[in-house]
Design a protein around this ligand. Structure first.
Ligand SMILES: [Zn+2]
Length: 343
């Protein structure tokens, strides 16, 4: 079968790889219908050392179940299912607590051992716990928005929950990539009163305003902090969604949170050290991490199905599997916010 393999920075190819197949009795075999390229796929695209073997890519996908192992009970052949960016058994203590990204028997797609979503088919471990059956057909117009539930919309929602967004609260979203834009949607959905987006790209800003951003701050560093304070009577915001992961963006996030506020961080940290600036004396809560997308599909699904949120609008590039290397390039060059792959 054909699948996306990354061999080093800037080197993504579509290769022939061994066909996905059932191995464990708890596996399902999925034929992928839709996949996405994630902002986090760009981290290795920017910096992965050369590798002979390469690394299979893709962790946001929807597909049709083609076969199931003998111990799979809930998922059936023919089901159209969404696969969250982590796989999980659905039964361990962390899964029961709704933290499937820490599943004792789970893990993450791709790499050197597992299939990735940017390929024709995927062996899905722990199929009953991992997969979520969608109540629509594969050609449904909502498919782009449903696909975001596997990662970016769930991650934006996680940032908002971690930042304790609630009715009437002041919120800032640091970074207007696909996750940040979904963070704006999530903040609005949870009733935020003011939503300030920190970003400088015109395409993202336009979409953020449609999603509910009330103010835009395009300055950076100390100037951005000063501007957010101007917009919040000098106080700072109650909730900050950190959707980038760089040291500078985390510093900005902590600097614009007002005392007693919370920062929900979902950008994969690219720095080892957490800045101590006002976060201690301001009693600022720092929470977040990889979103348990599996737990959020169910609560977010009705809003997608009934059109109250349209996170699929973050996709502004669509291509085929063979076009995936172009999708990476477009996202890396900031010519696209997010790429959708149709099979
Ligand atoms: Zn588990």
């Amino acid at each position: 079968m054909r699948a996306t393999v990354m061999f080093g920075a800037g080197d993504v190819r579509i290769e022939n790889v061994p066909d996905a197949r059932l191995i464990e009795p708890t596996d399902a075999l999925l034929v992928v219908t839709h996949a996405a390229i994630c902002g986090s796929d760009l981290w290795p695209y920017k910096g992965m050392p050369p590798s002979e073997e390469g690394r299979r890519m893709g962790h946001e996908f929807i597909g049709l179940v083609e076969a199931v192992g003998a111990e799979v009970r809930k998922i059936k052949v023919g089901d159209l299912v969404a696969a969250p960016f982590a796989w999980s058994d659905g039964t361990c203590i962390y899964c029961q607590e709704g933290l499937q990204t820490s599943c004792l028997h789970g893990g993450f797609w791709g790499g050197t051992e597992l299939d990735g979503g940017q390929g024709e088919a995927v062996r899905v471990p722990q199929a009953d716990g991992t997969l979520f059956k969608l109540p629509v057909g594969r050609d449904d117009a909502l498919m782009p928005s449903l696909l975001t539930l596997t990662d970016v919309m769930a991650t934006g929602h996680h940032a908002a929950l971690s930042a304790r967004v609630g009715p009437g609260k002041s919120v800032a979203v640091v970074g207007g990539g696909a996750v940040g834009l979904c963070g704006v949607i999530a903040a609005k959905r949870l009733g935020a009163g003011q939503i300030i987006l920190l970003d400088r790209h015109a395409d993202r800003i336009a979409l953020a305003k449609e999603f509910g951003a009330t103010d835009i701050v395009s300055e950076r560093g100390e100037e951005a902090v000063a501007r957010v304070r101007e917009l919040t009577k000098g106080l700072g915001v109650q909730s900050v969604l950190e959707c980038v992961g760089y040291a500078e963006s985390m510093l900005t996030a902590l600097s614009i949170a007002r005392p007693g506020g919370a920062v929900g961080r979902v950008g994969v940290p690219q720095a080892e050290v957490m800045p101590a600036i006002n976060s201690f004396f301001g009693n600022i809560t720092i929470a977040g991490g990889p979103a348990p997308a599996r737990a959020y599909i169910e609560p977010l699904l009705p809003d997608v199905l009934e059109g109250r949120i349209q996170p699929g609008r973050v996709f502004d590039w669509t291509g085929s599997l063979e076009g995936v290397p172009d999708g990476y390039r477009a996202m890396n060059e900031r010519k696209a916010i997010k790429a959708l792959v149709k099979f």
